[in-house]
Design a protein around this ligand. Structure first.
Ligand SMILES: [Zn+2]
Length: 255
């Protein structure tokens, strides 16, 4: 009888428990407020920097994304900072980096992040023959999936893709959509490809986020300045009342 009562009570509190799960070692963590299922049929292209729409986010909701890794000197620091705050992000891997550092790609997955794709060797796809561009995309997905899961699947487990340099073409966008692959742009850039101090980057990105209010934020986990500013950035988001949303593939129950 007690066991049944306990189960009923557990079921009743589950929705609350799911959003307010404690963060080990950090009672004041920013956390991940919710998960959003992303599907190419409803949102094939997201991010208002390049596309008309973004993810259906509420006020002060942010999706954090990190491109170009995994990279041995910086990605572990980014992962440490995210873990300390129980924040789950999306990584867009460069296939040759995933091939060189598969343990880091697997750590991203093991720590609950979404792991999408960003070509094999990071060329600008809009200025090469179509078949070569397609093979760069597929070779990247295969290298990422081999690093993550041991072998590539028939379709990408996480069908999320970002164009290097946002250099898309209408033909490639249509091709990805027919394959059920969601193309991520961004709503706000950290511009961390430009050299700056971590303090300058922090001020720049917080100012831009304040202006867009909500959306997809683009960082590079290959950049030392980004890895160094991330702990302070996450604390500041918490102080300013922002909420983190994780984008996950539709139909997958993984957190
Ligand atoms: Zn990139």
């Amino acid at each position: 009888m007690h066991r049944i009562l306990a189960l009923v009570l557990f079921a009743a509190v589950m929705p609350v428990a799911a959003t307010a799960a404690p963060c080990p070692g950090n009672p004041d963590a920013l956390g991940t407020a919710r998960v959003i299922a992303v599907d190419a049929t409803t949102t094939p292209r997201v991010g208002r920097k390049h596309f008309p729409a973004t993810l259906p986010l509420g006020p002060k909701e942010l999706v954090l994304t990190f491109d170009d890794g995994p990279w041995p000197t910086t990605t572990p620091k980014v992962l440490d900072a995210l873990k300390h705050e129980c924040v789950r992000a999306t990584f867009f891997l460069v296939g040759r980096n995933a091939k060189a550092h598969p343990e880091l790609a697997r750590r991203e997955l093991a720590e609950g992040h979404s792991v999408g794709h960003h070509t094999f060797s990071h060329p600008l796809l809009d200025r090469m023959p179509l078949e070569r561009a397609k093979s760069e995309i597929d070779r990247g997905i295969a290298a990422d999936e081999t690093a993550l899961y041991g072998r590539p699947g028939a379709t990408p487990r996480t069908p999320f893709f970002r164009f290097p340099g946002f250099a898309s073409s209408p033909t490639l966008l249509d091709w990805l959509q027919t394959r059920g692959i969601v193309v991520f742009g961004a709503d706000v850039w950290a511009s961390d490809w430009n050299p700056m101090t971590p303090e300058q980057e922090l001020a720049l990105i917080l100012g831009r986020i304040a202006r867009v209010d909500h959306g997809i934020v683009l960082f590079h986990d290959t950049k030392a300045q980004t890895a160094r500013m991330l702990p302070a950035f996450l604390r500041e988001l918490k102080r300013r009342g922002f909420r983190i949303v994780q984008a996950v593939p539709a139909g997958q129950t993984r957190p």
